[in-house]
Design a protein around this ligand. Structure first.
Ligand code: BGC
Length: 744
């Protein structure tokens, strides 16, 4: 069997190489026919006029430019009708090179899935791959060839609005998710239900100073390699077709003009064969950075650094030809960029049929596929994190007499979509999105009377609605309160210096709790928020993030126990903004605080605990899991050896449930200091009530490796702590082992 698989793999590889060769021949033949202007045209990307995901440049010549062969790609053109229209323009150009249509398909297309950070909380790689697969299927059926996703930026700063778009703070989890998402989007690239992925933002954008969007990044080389680059490498290993560079400067050099990042690392060391698109206008913005004096110099810096396509910057369009003629840019660099782009157009099959993805019948079918909604509901439920559940208030009984559902988010539809939902023309959100109110109604039917009061707005200081809310609460058996941020308080250009619950919502919580009723709070947000009073006083708290089109149903599934929550936080929740950046895998320092109250000459705040409010990896279930019987096959290994780790996991509660078993390591001593704890593996396991399963993990040299004091990847001899638990602070099993390396 193994032999047959190996032979099959070999056959696929040989076939792939042969196909690549044929494509390369076609690309070279086409390139020979192209004028310099036509070549540069392939490097130019314009936005459509209907949607701007950045500062749009008014350009009445777009259509003329397409016909003239001056445009290689468009973004923000949605739907088979419009993509077809624009492709028809490209077919009027001299060489009839098809356009690529790109779009931010970040968490679904028509069927909207949870925001990426929420999905990351599911720790369910298969579900995330499926959500990307479905998003790709719908987008591709709508004429899109290319999504600007996944965003794989690690971030340790919840003030940064774009944390909603990524997988959180952890490099290991982020790398696994990056891989799954690329696989999901790309499927079998070239099929009509696949789109190219674009891994972004290369690189280190998530480390923007102060969590302010577009801001500078100043990090060490080690941190770049150890924390920020691995998810990009993982996405590349999954076969990512394209990369996007980023708005930030990295240690003084804008990422867009950064040769070290793009040519040396990505296209050099990593041998990336796809193409790099700039971020929106990021080439011309190098003028603002003060890195270049003119747009022409910006074009020069970007092309030399390895940015292949200019998104809405108009720098390549108007300056690159001149730079070539002045011998400032070797034609070989232009040819290389053009080839990278043309290769993708051939791989997608656009030269055989430029309208391959613009098929109205398929669009109609895929955009209304009920299976997609089912998957969206499933992953939405999996993304929810149960933060608190005192006295097992949850799950609720379906036979309660009266429930008061209170709060500014209860009857909202569009809010649930979160930032970066695709704005399909004419989409009726009220019909498309299941509100939380509708979800609850669907669940309880006529068995239970539902009372509603808005209470207050998300933002603002008006408390006029409190009395009505309190009155509704007083008549109910239980109160569910839905509060949080607004969908557009997180996302691009949505950094906040204050990440507490906005407006008077926490005061509403206090007023409702004062009625003495049992209260469940739902918190909707695109980032970790701060809600200390609620966390300390409300008995049940459910973090829902933004869950997409099936939000209401998924929330009801969790509230009533039809889905037992299994989400775990992919980011640390601070107590106050003053702790930021806060992350679980920090160093120990020379004076670690021995406990939460010690402050004297130890690494601590004199006015706040060090610990977060909720830790990385944390999340409750309606059942309990017992961890036992940890065994290591060896406690001493050589470099070439592995340790097999086994343990028993038992569902000791009364209902079935899923647990994310997390394996952490600590390298006790290194040539550079190592984090006090680091996620190195995890498994999400479903167990029936009373069921026990044996789990197996493997530890090999790779898991023990890091960038040493010479910035070389490798493991060092010495002792390691092994910790297995239900979160980064809820360690249930411990052991240790030694790595022996004989150096001669
Ligand atoms: C964002 C990118 C996005 C692009 C196109 C930029 O402002 O940073 O992530 O893909 O716009 O919409």
């Amino acid at each position: 069997m193994k032999k047959i698989t190996t032979l099959l793999c070999l056959a696929v590889t040989v076939l792939g190489i042969a196909q690549q060769k044929i494509i390369d021949q076609k690309v070279n033949a086409l390139l020979k026919q192209m004028t310099l202007e036509e070549k540069i045209g392939q490097l130019n990307q314009y936005t459509g006029d209907n949607q701007a995901t950045g500062p749009i440049t008014i350009n009445p010549n777009k259509e003329k430019d397409i016909k003239g062969g001056h445009v290689g790609s468009m973004l923000n053109i949605i739907g088979t009708k419009y993509t077809r229209q624009y492709q028809e323009l490209a077919m009027q150009s001299r060489l009839k090179i098809p356009l690529l249509f790109g779009q931010d398909v970040i968490h679904g297309f028509k069927t909207t899935f949870p925001i990426p950070l929420a999905e990351a909380a599911s720790w369910d790689l298969k579900a995330m791959e499926l959500s990307a697969r479905i998003a790709a299927t719908e987008a591709a059926a709508s004429g899109i060839h290319w999504t600007f996703a996944p965003m794989v930026d690690i971030s340790r700063d919840p003030r940064w609005g774009r944390v909603m778009e990524g997988a959180g703070e952890d490099t290991y989890l982020g790398s696994k998710i990056a891989y799954a998402r690329v696989k999901g989007f790309q499927g079998n690239l070239g099929d009509v239900n696949s789109v190219m992925a674009c891994v972004k933002h290369f690189a280190a954008y998530g480390a923007a100073v102060g969590g302010r969007d577009y801001n500078s990044v100043d990090i060490s080389e080690r941190m770049l390699w150890e924390t920020y680059l691995p998810p990009f490498k993982s996405a590349l290993d999954a076969g990512a077709a394209t990369f996007m560079n980023s708005f930030n400067d990295l240690n003084g050099v804008p990422a867009t003009g950064n040769k070290y990042l793009q040519r040396d690392i990505l296209k050099g060391k990593w041998n990336f064969q796809g193409f790099v698109v700039s971020d929106w206008g990021s080439i011309s913005e190098m003028e603002n950075h003060g890195y270049v004096k003119t747009k022409k110099e910006a074009a020069l810096a970007a092309i030399l650094a390895g940015s292949d396509m200019d998104m809405e910057g108009n720098a390549y369009r108007y300056h690159l030809a001149e730079l070539v003629k002045e011998n400032k840019v070797p034609i070989a660099l232009i040819d290389d960029a053009v080839k990278r782009i043309l290769r993708k157009k051939f791989e997608l099959g656009l030269f055989d049929d430029p309208y391959k993805f613009s098929d109205a019948a398929r669009e109609g079918k895929e955009l209304n596929n009920p299976e997609h909604r089912k998957a969206a509901r499933d992953i939405a439920a999996k993304s929810i994190v149960l933060l608190k559940n005192e006295n097992s208030i949850l799950p609720l009984s379906k036979t309660m007499n009266t429930i008061a559902f209170i709060g500014p988010l209860v009857k909202e539809h569009k809010q649930n979509m979160g930032f970066w939902a695709v704005e399909l023309p004419g989409l009726d959100y009220d019909k498309e999105v299941v509100s939380q109110w509708e979800g609850l109604q669907n669940k309880v039917g006529n068995n239970t009377k539902l009372l509603y009061a808005k209470g207050c707005e998300i933002n603002g200081d008006n408390k006029d609605g409190f009395a009505e809310a309190v009155a509704a609460a007083s008549q109910a058996d239980i109160v569910i309160l839905s509060i949080g941020e607004s969908w557009n308080q997180s996302g691009e250009a949505k950094s906040r210096s204050n990440i507490h619950l906005p407006g008077v919502q926490e005061e509403l919580v206090k007023a409702i709790l004062a009625t003495g009723k049992s209260v469940v709070v739902l918190i909707n947000a695109g980032r970790p928020l701060i809600f200390n009073w609620t966390a300390d006083n409300v008995p049940a708290i459910v973090y829902t993030w933004w869950l997409g089109t099936e939000a209401g149903n998924a929330i009801a599934d969790v509230l009533f126990g039809d889905y037992n929550p299994s989400g775990k936080l992919p980011m640390t929740f601070p107590r106050e903004e003053g702790q930021i950046p806060i992350y679980y895998n920090h160093f120990n320092t020379g004076r670690p605080a021995p406990n939460e109250t010690a402050t004297n000459y130890v690494s601590a705040y004199i006015d706040l605990k060090n610990s977060p409010k909720f830790s990385f990896g944390y999340g409750l279930s309606y059942t309990n899991f017992e961890y036992s019987n940890l065994k290591l096959s060896k406690n001493k290994i050589k470099e070439s050896e592995i340790i097999e780790v086994t343990l028993d996991l038992k569902n000791s509660g009364k209902v079935a449930g899923e647990e994310v078993v997390q394996l952490y390591l600590r390298d006790k001593v290194g040539s550079v200091v190592r984090p006090i704890i680091e996620l190195k593996d995890f498994q999400k396991i479903k167990l029936k009530a009373g069921e026990t399963k044996e789990l197996k993990f493997r530890i090999d040299k790779e898991k023990l490796s890091f960038y040493n004091n010479e910035l070389e990847w490798g493991a060092e001899p010495g002792d390691f702590d092994l910790m297995i638990g239900a979160s980064s602070v809820d360690i249930r099993l411990r052991d240790s082992f030694e790595l022996v390396i004989n150096k001669f």
